[in-house]
Design a binder for this molecule. Structure first.
Ligand code: PAF
Length: 282
């Protein structure tokens, strides 16, 4: 096993990948925006099982933040991230700056229709264009064998899969199940914004998702079950529910009752912090 290295330019990334390829190594890519937690480290661990070399990327992508979102206060701590990446055995970190990813004159946007328009796409208009643009760049910069995405961002995972198919990007997308805290809250870099009181309140979310999914499993009409769950979220202290919807996993369109391949999707605010989650129903 070689030394952990950090590269900041596409040229250096490609030189390193070419060296891996010369030695016959397979390559896994784990794209992140940093502020790493066990969810990200699980992606790296999964990548290590499948590939001889694992590259993590850290780039806080301004194109996927809306004008009122938290780009400037998004947590950044590269030293802590690097320590974690070394600990789990990543080989390389690609951490480009803004000018390297979006040089002067950059004018291209990758837009995935259909599945990107509902749920997160409805609440955060430019979000998936930003994600698709940066992920396509990262995949084409590194050209890995496999790239790893968490099911916590299920719609993002489906958008990336669609994009890779549509654009014939030669990479296998690997989905990794959501990693949860002991009380069931999905791990997220944004959880660190929560005060201790808000964190306690947030634990109602997985509980309500669990109960709602259990009720939906029988195939009953979803609307009253979901209305009741929304009421419980408000009662538990959630300030706003952007959506709580039962959708088909493939199309991400709402469905009236659970059927094979359904998922319950939620986005709700505790104070100013927006939490998202999704649970498989059947
Ligand atoms: O899930 C994330 O952290 C980001 O959306 C990603 C995939 C790294 C693209 O910036």
């Amino acid at each position: 096993m070689g030394q952990f290295e950090i590269v900041r330019t596409v040229a250096d990334l490609r030189a390193q990948v070419a060296q891996y390829r010369r030695s016959g190594a397979s390559v896994g890519l784990v794209p992140t925006m940093g502020a790493l937690h066990d969810g990200h480290l699980t992606l790296v661990r999964s990548a290590k099982l499948d590939n001889a070399r694992v590259i993590a990327t850290i780039f806080v992508n301004p194109k996927q933040f809306g004008p009122t979102e938290d780009l400037s206060r998004y947590p950044r701590d590269e030293a802590a991230d690097v320590a974690m990446l070394k600990e789990v055995g990543a080989d390389l970190l690609f951490a480009p700056d803004l000018g390297e990813m979006y040089p002067e004159g950059f004018s291209t946007s990758v837009s995935v229709g259909g599945i990107s328009q509902h749920l997160e796409g409805a609440s955060r208009l430019q979000f998936f264009n930003g994600v698709a643009t940066v992920v396509s760049k990262l995949l084409l910069q590194a050209v890995p064998d496999r790239a790893y995405f968490g099911e916590k961002d299920f719609q993002q995972l489906q958008v990336v899969r669609r994009m890779v198919r549509d654009l014939n990007i030669p990479v296998t997308i690997v989905a990794v199940p959501t990693i949860r805290e002991a009380d069931g809250l999905a791990m997220s870099s944004r959880n660190r914004y929560l005060s201790p009181a808000q964190r306690k309140m947030a634990s109602a979310l997985p509980q309500i998702m669990h109960d709602t999914v259990t009720e939906l499993r029988g195939g009953s009409v979803a609307a009253p079950i979901i209305a009741n769950a929304k009421g419980r979220l408000h009662k538990a202290g959630f300030d706003r529910v952007d959506y709580l919807e039962l959708c088909d996993e493939a199309t991400l369109q709402p469905i009236p009752a659970a059927r094979a391949s359904s998922r319950l999707f939620v986005a709700a605010y505790v104070g100013a912090t927006r939490l998202i989650d999704n649970w498989q129903v059947i």
